[in-house]
Ligand binder design. Sequence first.
Ligand SMILES: *[C@@H]1O[C@H](CO)[C@@H](O)[C@H](O)[C@H]1NC(C)=O
Ligand SMILES: *[C@@H]1O[C@H](CO)[C@@H](O)[C@H](O)[C@H]1NC(C)=O
Ligand SMILES: *[C@@H]1O[C@H](CO)[C@@H](O)[C@H](O)[C@H]1NC(C)=O
Length: 332
Amino acid sequence: MPSLELVLLAALLLVGGGAEATQEHVLFSVIQISSFANQSWAQHQGSGWLGDMQSHGWDSELGTIIFLHSWSKGNFSDEEMIDLELLFRVYFIGFTRETQEYAGQMHFGYPIEVQVRAGCELHPNDTVESFLQAAYGGSHFLSFRDMSWVPAPKGDSRAQSVCDLLNQYEGIRETVHKLLTHTCPRFALGLFDAAKVDYERQVKPEAWLATGPRPAPGRLLLVCHVSGFHPKPVWVMWMRGEQEQQGTQQGDILPHADGTWYLRVTLDVAAREVAGLSCRVRHSSLGNQDIVLHWEQHLSVYLILLAVTVPLMLLVALVLWFKKRCSYQDIP
Ligand SMILES: *[C@@H]1O[C@H](CO)[C@@H](O)[C@H](O)[C@H]1NC(C)=O
Ligand SMILES: *[C@@H]1O[C@H](CO)[C@@H](O)[C@H](O)[C@H]1NC(C)=O
Ligand SMILES: *[C@@H]1O[C@H](CO)[C@@H](O)[C@H](O)[C@H]1NC(C)=O
């Protein structure tokens, strides 16, 4: 018989193994969108994201971080957050000044649109990938890799000039490198732990059917609305029995203000072929119980409405007819 110690040891090993197996994929990123209308007008938007869930905003008037959730500080102390806030504040001031100063010299015509996405991705195999990419006018312009600024492969000579300029500042390169490879993964892990309740929350979708604008005479646009689900991954398909309908068109998955998601899935179909069609929704919150909405059932609501309204209209017509007859008789 195994000793108690051995059993405990085995239990401990199992626990250890389990924890490793459930280690997850964590992605934290910050996004900057800056617009320069002219020499004297600039506007910045900043945000922080844990996967596809927004965790932070940026108040550009006050130069402060907006913490959108109770867990948005992760496990960082207030002091550490204040340091980061100061760093971003100085960055935005410097970024505005340098852009306005060099725009003319480097032949960037107003308006200037700059987008920056930076962050880190932690893989279950314990590797960390950090990234920083900047776009100018909507196209990839430059990246930060291995301690230096690199122009985009398809960038023009201005991208090279900007990188040459930026690469002269060793202090900035070191700070950016440290933020991406050291601060970011540490913050992302703490944030992921703190956000777990919200991040992993399962909210069931509601689904309903409707018709969209008539695509052509004799055809119908069937619309399946799926709303209020979390997390984001979802599978929605128009079906005939077990047959997936190839013409199914899926829209973008759009966010609701409460952090849940919405999706619209349509099918353009001949009006006489609607019988037997259904919309099928698969989502982690539903387990194996897919939502299946049949078009006939939906249709029957209209039939009931029709069954109520037609006799009602007849009644009204009858009353009006009687009234008219009476008033004719009143005429002497
Ligand atoms: C700069 O752009 C802003 C916003 O479009 C505008 O209100 C302002 O008048 C412009 N200033 C100059 C000097 O052109
Ligand atoms: C770790 O996983 C990522 C993503 O799955 C992969 O790109 C990377 O090559 C892996 N690294 C190692 C060292 O296995
Ligand atoms: C926060 O959590 C991360 C990951 O668990 C850890 O590496 C870090 O030391 C923790 N504390 C601080 C202040 O970052």
